[in-house]
Design a protein around this ligand. Structure first.
Ligand SMILES: C[S@@+](CC[C@H](N)C(=O)[O-])C[C@H]1O[C@@H](n2cnc3c(N)ncnc32)[C@H](O)[C@@H]1O
Length: 375
């Protein structure tokens, strides 16, 4: 029993290294032992990511998304299925007519096992399409009109096929219904993040009505500012609780699993929502650093990164919430920071002592009442 367990941990370790170093063998999902190890470990995290993004979509209420009939959803690179299960089950309560889900993967055995094991809610129907992407020429026809396209952790295994994936996603965006969503997720490492954000920029170039619903603030339409520097990247890091067995496996591998780390984009072809902010949001995209005499972080305004600092001597009743900000929280730009203040190495813009902080959104899209952030 102990041997079996440690064998599984070894396999998880091998898979993990393979994902990071891009050396994972193409057929790993066809191997029942590797597939089970993937499902037990990465699957649990994937489920939480899918569920978190479904909550975020429901919180952000994308214009034109709700109120439609039965939802047509396509998931690319489904694998053992936990991510799309978290996403579709999480969206279902807002979709009374139910969801038609089509799952695509090069591994037929992974798809079949997922289908056999999923205690699917009544409102969700499932179709499986084994296909090697991105060349699946018939896929767009089989899928028909699409309301939600999701793709999680697929690009990292297909770095040599990125232009093909761009074409495939372009094809899906052309078929995306008005108000429909594209949800793209990759690991939180520099290489995966840059590749996803770069792909997002190319899609924005191709579709003038495409907008980033999350995580970027202010309806970003231009190039991602994190990509402006050769080392830049951006990722999410939200607190999350995992099972004891997962955290034990993680710690025996030297991993830390106490949060959801991912790079993601939720893209929408819908209209801008009524009352949405105009260039006024600043999202904290780094940890908040506390150093001698100050707290600081990198904030994204959608087109520009700002390195904002609150000096301890400027900390008072109206500004002190600054020191409690967490990655992913969005505050109002009081109009003081503009593209001329762009973050350059080591250069700070100061949050003045007399300007109160106003919270806009928490990372999951819920309204952010900053008055709760007291010392
Ligand atoms: C890392 S897993 C991700 C599974 C799931 N989306 C998740 O996030 O947990 C990647 C999946 O994509 C599949 N895959 C990788 N490259 C593919 C390709 N070119 N065409 C079809 N499926 C592919 C693999 O078989 C595997 O099931």
């Amino acid at each position: 029993m102990a041997n079996k367990k440690s064998r599984k941990v070894d396999i998880i370790g091998e898979l993990s290294r393979g994902f990071t170093q891009r050396t994972v063998p193409e057929g790993y999902m066809d191997d029942p032992v590797a597939r089970r190890a993937y499902g037990d470990y990465f699957g649990e995290v994937g489920f939480e990511k899918g569920a978190a993004l479904s909550r975020e979509i429901r919180n952000r209420r994308p214009p034109g998304f709700s109120g439609r009939g039965r939802l047509s959803m396509v998931d690319l690179g489904t694998g053992t299925g936990e991510f799309v299960r978290g996403l579709s089950e999480g969206l279902l309560p807002d979709i009374p007519d139910g969801i038609d889900l089509l799952c695509v993967d090069r591994s037929l055995s992974a798809l079949q096992e997922f289908s056999g094991q999923w205690a699917r809610p009544e409102g969700i129907s499932l179709r499986l399409v084994p296909a090697l992407l991105p060349e699946a020429s018939d896929l767009l026809r089989i899928a028909g009109p699409v309301d939600v396209l999701s793709m999680a952790n697929l690009l990292a295994e297909n770095e040599d096929r990125l232009s093909g994936f761009l074409e495939l996603l372009k094809g899906f965006l052309e078929r995306l219904s008005p108000g429909g969503l594209m949800i793209l997720v990759e690991p939180a490492d520099r290489r995966s993040s840059r590749s996803l954000l770069g792909l997002g920029d190319r899609l924005l170039d191709l579709f003038p009505d495409l907008r980033i619903l999350a995580p970027c603030p202010n309806d970003r339409r231009g190039p991602c500012p994190s990509l402006a520097s050769p080392d830049g990247w951006c990722h999410e890091d939200r607190p999350a609780a995992f099972s004891r067995s997962l955290t034990q496996t993680a710690s025996s591998l030297g991993h830390i699993k106490d949060s959801l780390k991912m790079t993601y984009l939720i893209l929408s072809r819908g209209e801008k929502g009524v009352g949405e902010s105009e260039e006024c949001a600043l999202r904290l995209v780094s940890p908040l650093h506390k150093e001698k005499g100050m707290s600081w972080g990198v904030f994204c305004g959608g087109t520009t990164l700002f390195r904002l600092r609150l000096k301890n001597r400027n900390r008072n009743e109206v500004t002190r919430a600054f020191v409690h900000l967490r990655r992913g929280e969005t505050i109002r730009n009081p109009g003081l920071f503009s593209s001329e203040d762009e973050a350059t190495e080591g250069a700070f813009s100061d949050w003045p002592s007399e300007i109160p902080l106003t919270g806009l959104f928490r990372p999951d899209g819920t309204p952010f009442d900053i008055s709760g952030k007291e010392d």
